[in-house]
Design a protein around this ligand. Sequence first.
Ligand code: S3P
Length: 439
Amino acid sequence: MPNFISIKKKIKSFNKNINVDGDKSLSIRWVLFSSIASGVSEAKNLLMSEDVLASINVIKKLGIKVTKNNEYCKIYGKGINGFRYKDNLTLNAKNSGTLGRLILGLIVNTPKKIKLIGDRSLSKRDFKRVALPLSKFGAKFKLNKKFGLPLTIKGSQNLKSIRYNETRGSAQCKSSVIFAGMRTNGKTLIKAKKSRNHTELLCKHLKLPIKIKNKKNFDLIEINKIKNIKQIKYNIPSDISSAAFFIALTALSNKSKILIKKVNVNPSRIGVITILKKMGINIFFKNKNTYKGEAIADIIVKSPKKIKSINCPTYLNSGAIDEFLVIFLVAAKAHGVSYFRNLSELNKKESPRLFWASKILKKIGIKTITTNDSIKIFGNPKLKVNKKIIIKNFLKDHRIFMCCTIAALSFGGNWKIHDKDSIKTSFPSFLKIISNLRK
Ligand code: S3P
């Protein structure tokens, strides 16, 4: 099978109900929490993507038994101190920043040196951002000079609790410090710029000693030593970051409608919905409920008559951080100029996404003014693409691949998009759902 797709035709109008794959952030967190729980944890609808499989392999290397079939995954946790730290252990986080950064917090007490490696894309990502706070707890790091990986960590049995000011709005840094804070004798205090709060919600659900004060622009989190985590039964809801591709496709199509079932619509994740609604897209929630602290709903989207441009408020950035690529596509078809700023974090993802966004938009004939942390998009409501477009060498970034697929289906042209396999990292069913919509 070739590792690219060719798309030569725009999608026709559709009216469908779909399910997208399980939430990646929650899947990885379930694996990591279950690995230090006491007893057998069980998850349904766990995302079976490469990032989650890498998480499973990492905890297996730490001596934790895992079994899975098509329906369930079971993790046989051995308690807070149940990891087996062998000599010369190497853990491979592959493509996953979330796994790489969170696992360091969990193994901050390792008595033996552990090496952490990742793929080419992860090896270009910044690990100092977690090594710095974790070394304040007492762990010792050796980092590769440029970005961090490969790195080694040697933990401490005498961890000190810390005060940490998280200023990037990174849930990965915040969560890594929460994990480390669970292993100290004192109180760890975190002041964190707003970001997704799945780790905190799971801690609360598990009745762990965490206190959270939500302020307007930041959260104050206090975490204390944990003694025991009960096993966790979890039915993972669908991922809004995966749903976002189909929300955008519907927004860019004519007379189409989609219903995406049981999506995690945690308020810290729905920036994409707030932004697209401001741009005039019809999006509604149905069957809203709460599951283990997480908000769940079916999402309904209808094609709009007109897309409005937006001067995107920066407070929405962190809640939409993984969705900006598709938001930019919608802006490409808007009336007027859209402006997105304070987005330096976008260039620190699986590939430099702001750079790629401007490259893709240029290829489809859209003018942009792009800096290191901002992009102005000159929308064209009549946008049609008629030429051949080849997309490759994007560090196999799954979201670049899927964003280009949505662009091809929405704007037309003759596209060849390489590295199809990249979808396996986060959204293995992506192309199956596309085929179903094209039927
Ligand atoms: C994630 C946090 C975000 C996001 C990533 C998943 C998480 O990264 O981009 O895809 O699950 O905690 P940052 O925390 O670095 O912003």
